[in-house]
Write a protein that binds this ligand. Sequence first.
Ligand code: IVH
Length: 705
Amino acid sequence: MNDTALHQQLLGLREQIRAHNHRYYVLDDPSVSDAEYDGLMQQLQAIEQAHPDWITQDSPSQRVGAAPVGHFAPVHHAVRMLSLGNAFQDQDIYAFDQRVQSILIESGLLARQPTGESDSPQPDLFAPGSAQPAGVDYLAEYKFDGLAVSLRYQHGQLVQAATRGDGTEGEDITANIRTLRSVPLRLHGDAQAPEILEVRGEVLMARADFAHLNQQQLVRGEKPFVNPRNAAAGSLRQLDPRVTASRPLRFYAYGWGQIQDGTGQNMLPHATHAAMLDWLAGFGFAVSPGRQACRGAAALLDFYQTVGALRPTLPFDIDGVVYKVDSLQAQDLLGFVARAPRFAIAHKFPAQEETTRLLGIDVQVGRTGALTPVARLQPVFVGGVTVTNATLHNEDEIRRKDIRIGDTVVVRRAGDVIPEIVAPVLQHRPADAQVFDLLAVCPVCPECGSAVERPEGEIITRCTGGLFCPAQRKQTLWHAASRKALDIDGLGDKLIEQLVDGGRVHTLADLYSLTELELSTYPRMGRKSAANLVQAIAASRQPPLSRLLYALGIRHVGDTTARDLARHFGTLSAVMDASEDALLQVPEVGPVVAASIRRFFAEAHNREVVTALQEAGVQPQTEAPPQGLKALAGKTLVLTGTLPTLSRDEATRRVLAAGGKVSGSVSRKTAWVVAGSDAGSKLTKAQELGVAILDEAGLLKLLDA
Ligand code: IVH
């Protein structure tokens, strides 16, 4: 190939790679596999290696390459980078809209409706030349929770990228920004690029990318980041661009700074903010997704509600929405006050993270005896509620996050999730902050004084008191009464606490002797609710076996396992007397679960509870497997080699129809291996493990049984 043709090929490769980057990182719609992409990049690099003089700064191969820098050089912004005024309440938005309207009406950009009603929350307006009642046209956008940056393009080439800094002067982060594949190194598309174009927007890290990065940090023994925003900030302010390149950052454009034509004149190619953003998208930027045209304050508030509901499902964090007057002429007229424009406002969501003081760490005893540290906090308003407690999970978690009593901590409550402590704020750590030591605080169970233990290799410390421990007893009762267990409506935690503390109820069986008269003497228990509760307890005397098994609160036995056990064994006594081997025959039951079930029923006390339940008239009901008892119900078979008459598909279909399962690998749980001619390693494995081996005739006999 001659040089001209090779150079053509190089230009073609660059275009292809740019297009793939755009599809992948901007449109979120990749059209080639990673391997194909890597192949193109390798071809490009090979040509560039042979012809270093052909390398240009806008080549996709040149995203990383710059050497680490000692510091970030200051950058003076040609057009100031502003911040936004914040609003939290609907009234603030009505007031904002009113202000905008009156200025625009005064200036003749918006006409008042001739017959406006004075008592409406906002004057009814006609847009100029329109016969419909109207309001101001806005563009509503997400408020991205990342970092503002300004990207400067000259002759269509990215020449500089800067942080916002104080709005007037930022820092030069060009080398780092070049590593973001969602940032075009050269403006795309056919539209005529202005001589100078500054594109402004936000750099952020998507939540999934953040979670993945934090996992990697842990694996490498490095400290995880507190939240996606901090991770993005830390990644962007790296003196070594290679580090930034390894971090999954994205850029979303929401505005612009300086735009000039070839004669040095400022220019604006479009008349509205929305059209400007579309214009930027044409140059290859990811532009403010979720943006929406809204007319009037009520439409803005609708947008706020809709986005608020969407917020937990978005791929990235947002901390509010932003409303911008759409007409650029109107924007110009509205101008600025101090450092914020009068034509735009941020409508913030209640913060999901706040800082507060960690006053102490209490220890709660759970149903299975787990000693769980719970943070006692200086009350703080976060995620829309006042939070006073937050889970700390376990001791290792506290140590890993280096949380100490007395620290100022970041508390997070997102959606309906239980509040948690994200991290301490180390700058504010007082000299007397205390390290938490669970065993020092709880040498014995704080509820019952029994010994506590933390088995080797486990992260949970437990009270060994079992149902002797009132805390475990209460939790067990609460669990037994829950919806998926015996579903006893009206047995709340307060009542359970009184029943246990008063010594009236020791075990589940005691519930069945409670009378209406006696219950009605408890605080907040009327005759009626007492009667209802007694009825609910009575109605729970004939539970399906699976629910009773679940209600017993055996460690590692959730509702699904309870159902598997019930179907497999049929009766409570069969489960109670099952050996570990017999338990291991149940699909999905492994050694840990089997051992836990054995341990539970080996305990005399637990057997006594079961006897007492039976004496109280509790009779679990046998559950038939879903489609009646089938020949291969609960059995797993492995097919290997070629069978004489049955095809693999046909054999599989017939096993499934008989209630069995077909697996691709042999284990001790395999009931049979069905081997045909040319059977290979699976047959050997079956022989090693002592799994029964059948031929086709044997399988057919089973199926007929
Ligand atoms: S516009 C003239 N739009 O919010 C207005 N800002 O509080 C300039 N931000 O520093 C900003 N999403 O980092 C605008 N859709 C959005 C935004 C947004 C997030 C950030 C930006 C800015 C801060 C102002």
